[in-house]
Design a binder for this molecule. Structure first.
Ligand SMILES: [Zn+2]
Length: 572
């Protein structure tokens, strides 16, 4: 089975509405389903999913395509990875031989199942082993119940160097694969030892609950305090929110969520009944994080420390969130407290009371920065420079104006002055709108016509119409159209390229051009127009040649060319 065939099988077996619903909340609306786009700053739903055609499309950012395209884009995968993962997750039997073209890579499925085995081993060690006693005591001291520990499937890595290693060996596991999964480390002599030793273990799952890696915390003293799985083919910490798969129902139910930094912050809150929470595991918020968050709700509270690190984190988070269309609030706990210590001392009511004092992230930044910089001209300029990335990430024009006004008020200068200053700071190249719009309009119309009327493709190709596609994207799309099987519709085209996917979905969801005119007439007009173009070009070439021949005194040649020129002119 070829890759294309496998892709087709996946498209036939999966319903795009079901799959996308796992990540985006969709509501039926007319002939489509509607939701907030996970790929851009979307404030009112502009993301539609068409069940009939099995495609999605965002009218805000132009993303679109089929179920595979969505999966690729959402999880940041290439085409082959997406096809394999989809087949695996949804149990679609596909079998194709990976040709020499795709590099031999570790099978992700076996890494998942290895992690699953390790998770069971660690749990066994926590609850049913003698060495696990210290960890059980530790949990009690941290105020974590067995229910909470079970809900997140916590475990314990025994103190020895060959706890997991010998367990795996006995179970006949390929140890080098376990190294690939970040569970074991290879010694110089080729033997393996446990990466996690004498640590409380937090299994880290992806959005659908599969174990992608582990975090390990020392129980009492030791360095480093936290140890995580290194980056592996299935563990990319920038795209994982700890707790997401367990707490997403609570976040959906409450309609808001908290973002905290560490495992224990999350677990303590959960223990005290604040279950609507996810954790970033010590990395700055990434666009992938924000997309996951947005899929659940748009009301988020970023819980930061009151110190300098908190301000920095907010400063970094703001443009990332704005770029994705999320406008979170910032919650700052009292000096010296983190969510874990705070909720254990003061309880969930006190924690939730802080939520009421949360400021939107922009106000928080302005207020904090204004306190930091002196009210001099230099101070104001410095503040503007700091806040510039956040302002520029505001794609919504109304919000942009509002925030400019806020900054102006705060600095005691006019809005115009703020805008001018920002322009001076801005060094992005200016793009001409009209240039982008006019170029390619004709190419576009012809492509649209062909997508809606594929039977004219061979006729057009025969007279060399492909030459008109000067825009790279359109040219590639046209070439793909040429490979279409006669018995297949255009919607059956499978593109590996997301740009082509987006273009196809866009064209399929828009009405055909000149809808009221019969396709045959349009085809004839386009062909006529093209032949005229070609004639025109030939005439120009002839004129040039005539001039050249005259200049070099080749009178016979001049006559011959003139004759051809006149004949051609009569034809038009
Ligand atoms: Zn979008």
């Amino acid at each position: 089975m070829g890759l294309k065939e496998a892709a087709r099988q996946i498209k036939e077996s999966l319903n795009i509405v079901d799959l996308i619903s796992e990540y985006v909340s969709l509501k039926p609306s007319g002939r489509h389903y509607l939701g907030l786009c996970p790929f851009h700053a979307d404030r009112k739903p502009s993301f539609i999913v068409n069940e009939e055609r099995q495609i999605f499309r965002c009218f805000g950012c132009g993303t679109g395509g089929d179920v595979i395209a969505f999966y690729m884009k959402f999880h940041n995968l290439d085409f082959v990875e997406a096809v394999k993962e989809l087949a695996e997750r949804y149990g679609i039997p596909i079998s194709w031989k990976e040709g020499a073209s795709s590099p031999s890579r570790v099978d992700k499925g076996s890494l998942f199942s290895l992690n699953e085995k390790a998770k069971r081993f660690f749990r066994q060690m926590l609850w049913a082993s003698k060495v696990g006693e210290t960890a059980r005591v530790y949990l009690k001291e941290r105020g974590l119940s067995q229910e909470t520990a079970q809900a997140f499937e916590l475990g314990f890595a025994p103190p020895s160097y060959d706890g997991l290693a010998s367990h795996f060996k006995l179970a006949g596991v390929d140890l080098s694969l376990a190294e690939e999964a970040g569970l074991l480390v290879k010694r110089e002599d080729g033997s393996f030892y446990d990466r996690f030793r004498e640590r409380l273990i937090f299994p880290i799952t992806d959005a659908s609950g599969r174990v992608v890696g582990f975090g390990g915390r020392v129980l009492y003293k030791g360095e480093p305090k936290y140890l995580n799985t290194p980056e592996t083919p299935i563990y990319h910490k920038g795209s994982i929110l700890y707790g997401f798969s367990q707490t997403k129902p609570f976040i959906r139910e409450r309609g808001y969520g908290f973002v905290v930094e560490g495992y224990l912050d999350l677990l303590s809150l959960y223990e005290h009944g604040v279950k609507e929470v996810v954790a970033t595991l010590g990395t700055a918020l990434t666009p992938q994080h924000v997309r996951l968050m947005k899929g659940l709700t748009t009301e988020w509270f970023l819980v930061f420390d009151a110190d300098e690190a908190g301000v920095k984190a907010a400063m970094r988070a703001a443009p990332v969130c704005f770029n994705e269309g999320l406008y979170p609030k910032v919650m700052v706990l009292p000096e010296g407290e983190d969510p874990d210590s705070f909720v254990r001392q003061n309880g969930s009511q006190a924690f939730l009371a802080f939520k009421e004092k949360a400021q939107n992230i922009f106000d928080f930044l302005i207020d904090t920065l204004a306190k930091r910089f002196p009210a001099t001209l230099e101070g104001k300029m410095a503040l503007l420079r700091e806040i510039q990335p956040a302002i520029e990430a505001l794609k919504d024009p109304v919000l942009y104006e509002i925030q400019i006004r806020r900054v102006a008020e705060r600095l005691g200068v006019s809005e115009q002055a703020v805008k001018q200053r920002l322009l001076l700071l801005d060094r992005r190249p200016f793009k001409s709108f009209s240039e982008a719009c006019h170029k390619g309009y004709l190419e576009r119309t012809i492509l649209e016509f062909l997508v809606h009327n594929p039977k004219y493709i061979p006729e057009f190709e025969e007279i060399g119409l492909g030459e008109i596609f000067q825009t790279d994207l359109y040219r590639r799309f046209y070439r793909a159209l040429l490979t279409l099987d006669e018995d297949l519709g255009v919607a059956d085209l499978t593109f590996e390229d997301l740009d082509l996917q987006a273009l196809l979905s866009e064209i399929l969801l828009s009405p055909p051009p000149f809808e009221e005119v019969a396709p045959g007439r349009i085809a004839a007009e386009i062909k006529g127009w093209w032949l005229k173009q070609r004639h025109q070009r030939r005439l120009e070439e002839l004129l040039e040649a005539i001039k050249a021949a005259e200049a070099s005194g080749q009178s016979e040649e001049v006559l011959r060319l003139l004759k051809e020129y006149q004949e051609l002119r009569c034809q038009i």
